[in-house]
Write a protein that binds this ligand. Structure first.
Ligand code: FAD
Length: 393
């Protein structure tokens, strides 16, 4: 049996950052990073952006931590390998090839996976998702030879994907059950403005259209809406949200309805077992309540904190203002704070017509979120500080 001091499951940015931080505080402990994808940890966020638009996409350009780094830091990597079982009591993990790793401490960093809507035809060829490098390469390949690509969803991933495909001069429609794109994050007026921008760029908008199913014998031909409409499509990209990848700890205290519950130190209720990134359900010490974020910076920062804590040489709390960004066409939005509830009051600085503005979202008198459109990194930092001060009052 293989024995390790630390076992990290999942080789996305969360798992990779845990490894980095472990080596900062423990130069000697044995570490294995297991990941089901064959690639070294990479910038997943680029898949719906530049990588999808690139004429000659090179997966290597996306890499965050190279092979040499792992070799130099004596971290064993097992990519293209799934952890199939995780025995909490015996501190054992079973790998897809049947090998078993006995560990002293572990970190769950399996991220999230696309939600598959339970509708007819979901298994048809050409009904695809965008989560991995392989998905992005397949989408690029398929899209070239199709007349119409329909992106199902109206959130961040759906909008980014539709914009990138359209920028690649492809014929694209977005099917969304809401009346405006990004309506989960933006107030109605701003969401309507964004939706109009998509229209101006030539994206067909199928709004207020709920998905009923996919039709075709072996490959997709039409998408059916709940109102009985049939939309012809050669490829459908389904971007209807994501769910935490918690199969290996299902029915244990490490898996809850909202993710893997952790303390402010990112430790689960099992001592020595941590969880980070898209699957961690953590107490938000700044904005209150429990939260699960599915965004890059959160996974990166949590990985660094959990990696330090897991060594026992540090004891740091995770205390970050929630943050994510998105890019579509020539727009870049930064979202600072909490966007779960619709604001009761909004302050707008700047103008939609100039495509550059800042929105402040309030709940009653309390500032809860700041949206920056086409602003600099230093403005984003100022917004984080402003919110940090506002919520501390
Ligand atoms: C196309 C796309 C664009 C995005 N754009 C943005 C953006 O603009 N801004 C932003 O803030 N965020 C963005 N995100 C979200 C961001 O990429 C994620 O929040 C981040 O990657 C989460 O990191 P993670 O390490 O928690 O999980 P992941 O990146 O999902 O990595 C988890 C890894 O674990 C592996 N795994 C799962 N189960 C097992 C198992 N049993 N055994 C072994 N390995 C396993 C998975 O295959 C995966 O490789 C985007 C996401 C996608 C898909």
């Amino acid at each position: 049996m293989i024995q390790r001091d630390y076992l990290i499951i999942g080789s996305g940015i969360g798992g990779a950052s845990v490894c980095e931080a472990i080596r900062q505080y423990d130069k000697k402990g044995s570490v294995t990073l297991v990941g089901s994808e064959t690639f070294y940890p990479y910038k997943r966020w680029m898949l719906s952006k530049q990588f999808l638009r690139d004429k000659t996409p090179a997966p290597k350009k996306l890499t965050c931590l190279e092979e040499d780094w792992f070799a130099a830091h004596k971290i064993e990597t097992r990519f293209g390998t799934v952890v199939t079982q995780f025995n909490i009591d015996r501190r054992l993990a079973v790998l897809g090839n049947g090998e078993t790793i006995e560990f002293k401490k572990a970190c769950l960093a399996m991220g999230s996976r696309p939600v598959r809507p339970s509708v007819a035809g979901i298994g048809l060829g050409n009904v695809i998702y965008l989560r991995t490098i392989r998905d992005a390469l397949a989408l690029r390949e398929m899209a070239q030879s199709e007349k119409m690509i329909v992106v199902v969803g109206g959130g961040l991933l759906a909008c980014e994907t539709a914009a990138s495909l359209r920028q690649s001069k492809l014929k694209v429609a977005v099917m969304h059950r809401g009346k405006a794109l990004l309506n989960r994050y933006l107030d109605p007026e701003t969401a309507t403005w964004v939706t109009e921008e998509f229209g101006k760029h030539g994206v067909s908008l199928l709004l207020g259209s709920a998905l009923n199913g996919f039709e075709g014998k072996t490959v997709l031909r039409n998408i059916q809406t709940k109102s009985g409409e049939r939309v012809p499509a050669g490829v459908a990209v389904v971007a209807c949200g994501s769910e935490p990848s918690l199969d290996i700890v299902r029915n244990t205290p490490l898996s809850g309805p909202h993710g893997s519950p952790v303390s402010e130190y990112l430790e689960t209720e099992e001592k020595g077992i941590y969880a980070v990134g898209d699957l961690a359900f953590y107490p938000d010490r700044l904005m209150g309540g429990m939260r699960r974020q599915t965004h890059w910076e959160n996974a990166r920062e949590q990985g660094l904190i959990a990696g330090a804590n897991i060594t026992g040489k540090k004891r740091q709390r995770y205390e970050q203002i929630p943050y994510f960004w998105t890019e579509m066409f020539d727009l870049k939005f930064d979202f600072v704070g909490d966007f779960v509830l619709p604001p009761t009051r909004i302050e707008l600085n700047g103008a939609y017509s100039k495509g550059r503005f800042i929105l402040r979202y309030f709940q009653g008198e309390k500032l809860r979120g700041i949206v920056l459109c086409r602003h600099s990194a230093s403005d984003v930092e100022s917004a984080k500080n402003e919110l940090r001060q506002a919520v501390a009052k």
